[in-house]
Design a protein around this ligand. Structure first.
Ligand SMILES: *[C@@H]1O[C@H](CO)[C@@H](O)[C@H](O)[C@H]1NC(C)=O
Ligand SMILES: *[C@@H]1O[C@H](CO)[C@@H](O)[C@H](O)[C@H]1NC(C)=O
Ligand SMILES: *[C@@H]1O[C@H](CO)[C@@H](O)[C@H](O)[C@H]1NC(C)=O
Ligand SMILES: *[C@@H]1O[C@H](CO)[C@@H](O)[C@H](O)[C@H]1NC(C)=O
Ligand SMILES: *[C@@H]1O[C@H](CO)[C@@H](O)[C@H](O)[C@H]1NC(C)=O
Length: 560
């Protein structure tokens, strides 16, 4: 045993004993009066002694602890949260967690455990969260580890090297999980039915390098899973085979592919998975690579008809090495009629072909943030009869330059109410503009605008013009309820008579010196005013009336 270098601690304060004879770094725990103790990153090489029933939460992550003994936590009968992640733990004695009957959260991730004993978890019947990721084990052991954990809802297992095998009894006893994460990039063996015993899983995350055993797993979870997420998988050669699938009662509603690789040939095979979903499907591709040119001519409508069940499609950071050769996807247009929401973010989109826009007859929400859309291509995309039901269009951070042209192009969108064209560089605003007749929300933040004109539509209820170069505001907007105008150069509050129904104004970080009670009172409906970060000169009048505001509880939520 190392010399006594332990720190004695008292709840509610931090007391470190003088480190006489202690060569090691200080190793004090900080505990608050409610029993929450923080001992992260303090170079501890064992669990501090003297822990009592007063401790409710103990965080010892990122230390150098190697060993957990039967006595370390014996008196912590009220412990709810125990974090031991990122240590060097190689041994946990059999009864180490025996008295932790209230424990709800246990993190043992990123240690050096090469096996697990079912006896560790025997008395943890209150446990809801268990993280065993990133240790050295090859399997989850010979006995079912989790069968005494009826309340477990979130479970994370596996590691990126040695864990290669999923055994039939591994998940026995679990019935209802909100999240199950299995990190098994090198999966070599999957015993059929291993995951079938869990009757209900909301979200399964599988890290798999190759999809070899994916279908075996898929069959087992079809009727119990809602959301399947595949991570870091090379689907370039994925081939779907129907033979093993015999389940018609499916519960899958959402697929996520994160950092997955796909080709023109394997995409149709992936789409076949969508045949096994119930009702409207949500599909998400995050940070994926499509190594191809979108040539799906080999697809037969029969094999991909279930693409037509997709209601929500989200694509973020899609990498298409040959994006400039990408096809117009015309052979899948006929399947897009039910899609209601599409997000394609940061993926070099420069055009939605007119014909595709016209097929998107149910589309209500289109987000093309951080792409390459310009007025020229937008004109083709928002052609006559494009997106007839579109309510919300987000073109944040694209290549738009002219407000006048943008408004005119969008006149085809009769149902458009929300338009976000923030983070484009408009610089100036013409005297007048045309806009779709139902516009209620316009976001022009960070567009380098220097002054406002009647180009801003009169129908607006919400206007965001934060982070521009405005030095005054003198527009009449009879329906405006929310005005976001922070981070400009305004010297005074806008005139209340221009904004008769304003409820919310955020005007922080301008250069306003002062305003009077009368000025504020003239905003009759105002409920929230945020005005921090201005250069107020605190005259006596100003101070007394702002203090008065608080006292009289004028119903105004006021932030200076
Ligand atoms: C799974 O459980 C959740 C929450 O308890 C519930 O909403 C859902 O309908 C269940 N799914 C299935 C397939 O039983
Ligand atoms: C498929 O379902 C049928 C009828 O429900 C059953 O007889 C058969 O054994 C099942 N096949 C497999 C491989 O599960
Ligand atoms: C399908 O699954 C649901 C939920 O698990 C269940 O209530 C229903 O009885 C099943 N239907 C059939 C035909 O098996
Ligand atoms: C969309 O706009 C058209 C034309 O103005 C109108 O007939 C239709 O009712 C609108 N649909 C919705 C959902 O607002
Ligand atoms: C306007 O867009 C910016 C991003 O460009 C966003 O942060 C902000 O919340 C939006 N404003 C409103 C009122 O939704």
């Amino acid at each position: 045993m190392p010399p006594a270098l332990w720190t004695v601690w008292v709840l509610g304060s931090v007391i470190s004993l003088p480190k006489e004879g202690a060569s090691d770094q200080a190793s004090s725990l900080s505990c608050d009066p409610t029993g929450v103790c923080d001992g992260r990153s303090r170079s501890l090489n064992s669990i501090p002694s003297g822990l009592t029933a007063a401790v409710k939460s103990l965080d010892l992550s990122s230390n150098e602890i190697t060993y957990v003994s039967n006595s370390d936590l014996r008196r912590c009968v009220n412990l709810r949260t125990l974090r031991l992640g990122a240590n060097e733990i190689h041994t946990v004695e059999e009864d180490s967690f025996f008295s932790l009957r209230s424990l709800e959260y246990l993190d043992l991730s990123y240690n050096r455990l090469s096996y697990f004993s079912s006896s560790w978890f025997r008395s943890l019947s209150a446990l809801k969260f268990l993280n065993l990721l990133g240790n050295l084990y090859k399997t989850l052991g010979e006995r079912s580890l989790f069968s005494h954990l009826p309340n477990l809802r979130i479970l994370k297992v596996g590691n990126s090297n040695s864990f290669t095998e999923i055994q039939e009894k591994d998940f026995a006893g679990l019935t209802l999980l909100e999240k199950l994460e299995i990190n098994v990039p090198n999966l070599q063996a999957y015993a059929p039915k291993s995951l079938k015993s869990i009757q209900n899983i909301s979200h399964l995350i599988l890290h798999l390098k190759q999809p070899v055993l994916l279908l075996e797993i898929f069959v087992d979870i079809l009727s119990s899973l809602e959301h399947l997420e595949l991570r870091d998988t090379d689907l370039n050669t994925f081939h779907f085979s129907e033979v093993s699938i015999n389940e018609t009662n499916t519960s899958i509603k959402k697929f996520t592919f994160r950092n997955v690789q796909i080709t023109d040939e394997s995409f149709p095979e992936v789409v076949k998975l969508f045949n096994y979903v119930s009702g409207g499907l949500e599909v998400e591709f995050d940070d994926c690579t499509h190594d191809g040119v979108g040539d799906f001519r080999t697809l037969t409508l029969e094999t991909i008809k279930h693409l037509g069940d997709v209601e929500t499609l989200t694509i973020r950071k899609l990498h298409i090495p040959q994006f400039f050769l990408f096809h117009d996807l015309s052979n899948i247009y006929s399947l897009t009629g039910k899609v209601k929401r599409i997000t394609i973010e940061n993926s070099k989109v420069f055009l939605v072909p007119c014909l595709l826009s016209q097929h998107l007859k149910s589309l209500e929400y289109l987000d093309l943030s951080e792409n390459l859309m310009s007025e020229e291509t937008l004109k083709n995309s928002a052609c006559e009869h494009a997106w007839p039901l579109l309510k919300t269009l987000v073109l944040r951070q694209n290549r738009l330059k002219s407000l006048e042209k943008t408004g005119e192009i969008l006149l085809t969108l009769k149902n458009l109410t929300n338009l976000d064209i923030s983070k484009n560089n408009f610089h100036s605003m013409p005297e007048t503009c045309q806009w779709p007749g139902k516009m209620k929300y316009l976001n022009l933040s960070s567009t380098r605008i220097q002054s406002l004109t009647r180009c801003i539509p009169q129908t607006l209820e919400i206007l965001d013009i934060s982070n521009n170069d405005l030095d005054s505001f003198s527009l009449i907007l009879p329906k405006l309820k929310e005005l976001y105008i922070s981070r400009n150069k305004l010297k005074t509050l806008p005139d209340a008579s221009f904004l008769p129904v304003l409820l919310v104004m955020r005007i922080s970080r301008n250069i306003i010196n002062t305003f009077s009670k009368e000025q504020l009172d003239s905003f009759q409906k105002l409920k929230t005013l945020e005005a921090g970060g201005n250069s107020f000169i605190c005259s006596c009048d100003f101070l007394s009336f702002t203090q008065g505001l608080e006292k009289h509880g004028s119903g105004l939520f006021f932030i200076l």
